[in-house]
Design a protein around this ligand. Structure first.
Ligand code: EPU
Length: 430
């Protein structure tokens, strides 16, 4: 398994570029199932989850081509024939977002078999709201041997439009049902939808494919079902979580960093918090310059659905909080167990106490290098940030977690002055 070796102490200086959003690219790739034509996606990040999704689609019979050379961030997907509309456990177990194919598969073929995702390091990852919505659209869903089988109503391959009200806001649930609704018979009204920019990205692709959707990005989405969709070419938006991670890297290292090719309008909650912490952010149209001299002030955060403070930034923010003067109260409201990074940060010298969904971080504590273990994607990013300011050489194990969602993060950080290198496994195992 690969490791990162990070020597702390260097301020990050210069320009770092943000890739396309993983959490937009995943549903957009699944949306290609909805048509027999070719769907071309640009600005696809080269991360492990995208490779997993490529395998998933290929295993169902899709032709998926990844670009190379100058076109390396382009992917073309053609689902002319879906010979095996099954999401197998071997693939689903490594990526919960695989359940995103449920809606498009049943919408396109009238039948879907998808392995139930298990729990993961950040808590249970139920898909009951996806199932409930599909049932309201007429799908018959059964469960056996760890698989869900969904079938369109009898005598038709088409779902029917429905009035769906989500009990709880769910990002991939909104995306899954949106993809089911675009090919359903009649109108669907979806309420209490996720308003994340990734939902808006997916809706924009679907509209380019011929779908009739109004209100994506608000909590009420209206869909007029159509009988078929066509191919499209679409550019994925920048990754707001990668951008946010780099902003915090600039701030924690006491650097002067220009985070380029991002969309600042998607980063409102984080930018407001950085301002409260005394970190200077100059916002351009597609870039943000972050500057800090290390005099960071403590500020509380509470994770919320978009446009609130993102749960996907909580771990990285906690690393910053260890370097802030004063006490920061960090409340995680979205996932039940998203504090896996805390023990590792404590091993590096942080003063953090967890009580249920709240972590109290007392700063500022000097951090020391240590051998630490990555447990999930964002927890790993938090450890990289901590290592950037730790005294000595930190070794991060199991960086495959970070490779799931950050494109060559060590190269990008090295380009702005970080001392970070990857140690490959001599046996070549991941
Ligand atoms: N939930 C249910 N039932 C459902 C679906 C969700 O109870 O049917 C609950 C979840 O247990 C959780 C809450 O609803 O407590 C919100 O979960 P959501 O469904 O919104 O999460 P997700 O769609 O599975 C996406 C991102 C996550 C991100 C969350 C929250 C993708 C592929 N994943 O997950 O990203 O943390 O939304 O914003 O879009 C990451 O990138 O590191 C990551 C985990």
């Amino acid at each position: 398994m690969d490791k990162f070796v990070v020597r702390g102490g260097n301020p990050l200086l210069g320009t770092i570029k943000v890739s396309g959003a993983k959490n937009s690219a995943l549903p957009c790739m699944a949306a290609a199932i909805l048509t027999a034509d070719e769907v071309i996606l640009e600005n696809i990040p080269q991360v492990r989850d995208i490779e997993t999704e490529r395998k998933l689609l290929s295993s169902m019979g899709a032709e998926v081509e990844l670009g190379y050379g100058r076109a390396q961030h382009r992917t073309s997907i053609k689902c002319a024939v879906l010979s095996d509309p099954v999401a197998k456990y071997e693939i689903v177990k490594t990526m919960r977002a695989s359940s995103l194919v449920l809606g498009p598969l049943i919408a396109r073929t009238g039948i879907a078999r998808v392995a139930m995702p298990g729990g993961c390091a950040i808590g249970g990852r139920p898909i009951d709201l996806h199932i409930k919505g599909l049932e309201q659209m007429g799908a018959k869903i059964t469960q056996e041997h760890g698989y869900l089988e969904a079938r369109a109503p009898e005598n038709t391959t088409r779902l029917r439009g429905a009035h769906l009200v989500f009990d709880k806001i769910t990002v991939t649930g909104t995306e899954d049902l949106l993809m089911a609704a675009v090919l359903a018979d009649g109108e669907s009204l979806m309420e209490n939808c996720a308003r994340e920019p990734e939902v808006t990205d997916l809706a924009a692709l679907l509209i380019a494919m011929g779908a009739k959707i109004e209100g994506a990005g608000t909590s009420t989405i209206k869909v007029q079902g159509v009988t078929s969709l066509h191919g499209a070419r679409y550019r994925i938006n920048p990754d707001r979580i990668e951008a946010g991670t780099f902003l915090l890297a600039g701030a924690i290292s006491g650097g002067d960093l220009n985070v380029d090719s991002c969309d600042p309008t998607h980063l409102g909650a984080l930018l407001a918090k950085l301002q409260e912490c005394g970190v200077r952010c100059d916002v351009g149209k597609e870039s943000i310059r972050v500057r800090s001299e290390g005099n960071i002030k403590a500020a509380d955060i509470s994770t919320e659905e978009y446009p609130g403070f993102p749960t996907d930034m909580q771990a990285q923010y906690m690393a910053l909080a260890t370097q802030a003067e004063g006490t920061s109260i960090i409340t995680e409201n979205i996932f039940e167990n998203r504090f896996m990074h805390v023990q590792e940060l404590i091993r590096m010298g942080a003063n953090i106490r967890v009580d249920g969904r709240t972590a109290t971080v007392r700063g500022k504590t000097p951090l020391q290098s240590a051998a630490v273990m990555c447990s999930d994607l964002r927890a790993s990013a938090s450890l990289v940030l901590a290592a950037l300011v730790a005294d000595g050489e930190t070794i991060l194990d199991r960086v495959y977690h970070i490779d799931r969602g950050y494109e060559r993060i060590e190269e990008k950080l090295r380009g702005v002055g970080a001392q970070i290198r990857r140690l490959g496994d001599v046996f070549g195992k991941k």
